[in-house]
Design a protein around this ligand. Sequence first.
Ligand code: S3P
Length: 185
Amino acid sequence: MPWVSLIGFMCSGKSSTGRMLARQLGWPHYDTDQMIVERTGRSIDEIFQGPGEEEFRRLEHKMVEDLPPERDLVLSTGGGLVQNDRTMEILAVQGPIFWLRVAEADVLERCQRPWAARRPLLDGVADLKERIKRLMAEREPLYRKYGAPIPGGFAHPREAGKHILEILRQQEDFRAYFGLTDGRG
Ligand code: S3P
């Protein structure tokens, strides 16, 4: 029944935390960016350079629409998915949404790591700090609106996953779904 969805800014750890949480729950993990690449056979960069951002947003929505509503799953999303209300409404109906909240300075540092994936919205930008600041200011109200905040700064995505799991275990509908009773959970 439930999907557990992760939203948040680029480089906030949604993919790695989602993978860990899915493992901890024993549920499948889906990642909208990865699904788009698999479905289209094109990289995110190619989609942004070619058909453009609007097409990418359409694809994001399509990926979410095509997920099995009846299955338990963990979903990691791209940082801009939150801008589409229709997509977010699906996530909200399907289950809890967590916002991986990271500070601007951490985003700047993490996105510049040599092994970080390329992000077309940050690529070749002269003032990266300014771009991140502007995008964050636009999106933060949306992350806040849709997601329960999870603080960043966990040493490992496994710890962030555990933290989310603990929150889920406190939730009554989640406990009922898993047949958890007090003292056993
Ligand atoms: C985007 C974030 C990226 C990816 C695309 C656009 C955004 O995902 O979906 O580059 O608009 O913030 P991550 O949040 O995983 O970096």
